[in-house]
Design a protein around this ligand. Structure first.
Ligand code: PMP
Length: 434
């Protein structure tokens, strides 16, 4: 077995330098089980960040479903296959009635690219409204609509068909407080007016109902509902990007968009859908899928293959059998209440937010100026790792600790996480600021 140093050397020789590694001292993980990861020395880490391994690392039922189907058959959607249709039925059963047509794809990016293509075809327009700091994927079409990327290092900004509205951030955004939903939705209207005044049509509004890369952000009440109404009235379509937040993670709801009481025209999903197996989907209405069926076949070599569908179906079954949505609610609420206790104790915690097991802790140097505590965040993430807990950072100011563990995370794990965070936050300033 290669040791850590040899892997790093080979990585430098053969892997593109654009790939990054987490942590100052990178991890060499060799095994995973449930909410735990193990490094080559046998050290256990509590995984509080890998939302892709939704039902737990290496879940035996998911692995068994993949193996059994792989040993039996793996073809594609050009054959009649019960595994594919059974999964499509089970998946759409989880969605509002009108969302009952699936396109299967292989990554969140691929799903979002297809969703855009569908919307552009149906509306005969490219004019797209996006949230500032949003990330929707790594394909060229998605860098174009992802301010997180095109406004970042070496980005070339938004193309003229992309209209960016301020991040609906009730904590430090353009408008603040829980009642700011209307004001942010009005920004969507301003974008719509601008598109229409230039003689064009609105194509699509794409948003995560809680922003991931935007910093585990919960938009203010009513924001999506009003925004969706305005976009629909203008003839545009609304896409809910559920890649990070779907499949029960919210606790009270199976989908993120349900927290804002909306029904999107198109939903995209990925990450957790296959528990690490590359599986994603676009789900939409019969009417929209029918309009997109313009004679140009949609074929995807891997998307919707029977092995992927068997995996996806097993994930849905495990969520149900192990009551993981309820666990996300119970443990998430417990964890959030303890994080709020830390917030009272440490002024550096500016905001604790999120639903279920999708939580963010925004750190600030000063509660008045809200100066982002970005260096401290890095220090905390690395120190937590040394103490056996994996969390990560996000947000445009790089000052949000993100917590989005596999849904098997338990109360004991929550106690360990908050106890360790408490200890680190109690360090003197010098130690925290390095
Ligand atoms: N949408 C969102 C909200 C995401 O967070 C991501 C990935 N972080 C994507 C799309 C892209 O997914 P993938 O990496 O599977 O292409």
């Amino acid at each position: 077995m290669l040791n850590k140093d040899s892997i790093q050397v080979l990585r430098e020789i053969h892997l593109a330098p654009s790939f990054s590694l987490s942590y100052t001292d990178p991890l060499h993980i060799v095994r995973g089980e449930g909410q735990y990861l193990y490094d080559a020395d046998g050290k256990q880490y509590l995984d509080a960040v890998n939302n892709i391994q939704h039902v737990g690392h290496c879940h035996s039922k998911v692995a068994a479903a993949a193996t059994a189907q792989y040993q039996k058959l793996n073809t594609n959607t050009r054959y009649l296959d019960e595994t594919i249709v059974n999964y499509a039925q089970a998946l759409t059963d989880k969605l509002p009635d009108e969302l009952d047509i699936c396109f299967f794809t292989n990554s969140g990016s691929e799903a979002n690219d297809l969703a855009l293509r569908i919307a552009r075809h149906v509306t005969q327009s490219k004019e797209t409204i996006v949230l500032d700091a949003a990330y929707h994927g790594n394909l060229s079409s998605l860098i174009e609509i992802s301010p997180y990327k095109h406004d970042g290092p070496d980005g070339s900004g938004a193309p003229d068909f992309v209209h960016t509205i301020p991040m609906p951030d009730p904590f430090r955004g353009k408008y603040r407080g829980e009642e700011s939903g209307k004001e942010y939705a009005n920004e969507v209207q301003i974008a719509i007016d601008k598109i229409q005044e230039s003689g064009k049509r609105v194509s699509v509004f794409i948003a995560e109902s809680l922003m991931g890369c935007g910093g585990q952000l919960v938009p203010p009440r009513g924001f999506l509902k009003e925004s969706f109404q305005k976009v629909s009235k203008a003839g545009g379509l609304c896409i809910a990007d559920e890649v990070q937040i779907g499949f029960g993670r919210m606790g009270d709801h199976f989908w993120g968009f349900e927290t804002q009481d909306v029904i999107p025209d198109i939903v995209t999903m990925g990450k957790s859908m296959g528990n690490g197996h590359p599986l994603s989907a676009v789900v939409t209405t019969k009417a929209i899928a029918g309009k997109f069926n313009n004679g140009m076949e949609y074929f995807n070599s891997f998307g919707g293959n029977p092995v992927s569908c068997a995996v996806g179906h097993a994930v849905l079954n495990v969520i149900e059998d192990e009551d993981l949505q309820q666990n996300a609610k119970d443990v998430g609420d417990y964890l959030k209440s303890m994080l709020n206790e830390l917030k009272v104790k440490y002024p550096i915690i500016g905001d604790v937010r999120g639903f279920g097991l999708f939580l963010g802790i925004e750190l600030v140097r000063d509660p008045q100026s809200l100066e982002p505590a970005d260096k401290e965040v890095d220090q905390i993430v690395n120190s937590m790792k040394e103490k056996g807990i994996l969390i990560s950072t996000d947000g445009p100011d790089h000052n949000v600790l993100k917590i989005k563990p596999p849904l098997v995370f338990n109360r004991e794990n929550a106690l360990f996480l908050t106890g360790t965070l408490d200890e680190i936050l109690s360090w003197d300033k010098e130690r925290l600021y390095t």
